[in-house]
Design a protein around this ligand. Sequence first.
Ligand SMILES: *Cc1c(COP(=O)(O)O)cnc(C)c1O
Length: 364
Amino acid sequence: MANRPYNFSAGPAVLPEEVLRQAADEMLDWHGAGMSVMEMSHRGREFLSICEQAESDLRDLLAVPEHFRILFMQGGGLGQNAIVPMNLSRGAEADFIVTGSWSQKSAEEAARYCQAGIAAATESGAHLSIPDPASWVLRPQASYVHLCSNETIDGIEFQQLPDLAALGSNASLVIDCSSHILSRTIDWSKVGLAFAGAQKNIGPAGLTIVIVREDLLGRAMSICPTVFNYKKVAEAGSMYNTPPTYAIYMAGLVFQWVKRQGGVAEMERRAIERSNLLYQFIDASNFYVNRVAPAARSRMNVPFALRDESLNEAFLAGARAKGLVQLRGHKSVGGMRASLYNAMPVKGVRALVAYMREFTVSHG
Ligand SMILES: *Cc1c(COP(=O)(O)O)cnc(C)c1O
């Protein structure tokens, strides 16, 4: 097989080659079952064992306490923007911290189901930092506070989660961690619910992971579709209806891969190494720029611009020729974006930096 390119896509995104090979080997006959995982009943012994293993590996990897339930759902991150308010808000108040495109979308969607308030926001079109939690305007009656712990488009990451109780709030913290789950630990003492679409840092699209504290179950509004009612899904062990079986299987292979690499601590070490390489190069150059406040910079998604934007197409074409693909920035931001998820080897970032240096020489 020809060399695979380094894929910097924001999602669906690069997966570990080892995992893809294992899935290929098991495609026609999973462990002697005589069939592919795709062909199995979701209620059969074989698939149940795959699902239980995936759930328990995820619980280990993220040190999820026993009083949290892990749900395998569908509908993606955007689905959760409606599903969370339908399950947690009782149609009353919920507060939002808007630090980028995804949290903005979450607030807008939630407003269809509850009284969504903006407790803090950076300016739209200039999401470059995280407002100090001490300045957030949290309403005492809000049932939850939503934030996006890694803004995939704007390249902004919470380096630590706020302690709502210490800010005088009784609300539960909801985090959209779609694009950095499994790249760092999560302090569950601060969190009520975490959700993530799988297609960024876990596996194929189609699976949405929800990790929810048990006492938050059973509050769904009557308009909530039963398949999206967390309590029903939890009671049915994520089998209320047919779950995305193949995506769960693939996610499970990725969880085992992460374990073999050394777990989330090792993923975090690599994320720091990769992102430091790229940010240090960008900051030292007068050819490229990243405007995000250093303390809020994402380790996973690094947006950057060429100071001379007329060179954008030449930059992308040259990158493609070197096997560095999917570097075009999101249309709302422009410029470039390198997504550096768990499956991106450090070598890939070294190759990107080498190309960026070379490009400054040939076009500087
Ligand atoms: C990709 C992404 C989403 C949207 O996920 P879908 O699965 O496309 O609905 C939501 N939030 C964040 C932070 C994302 O990166």
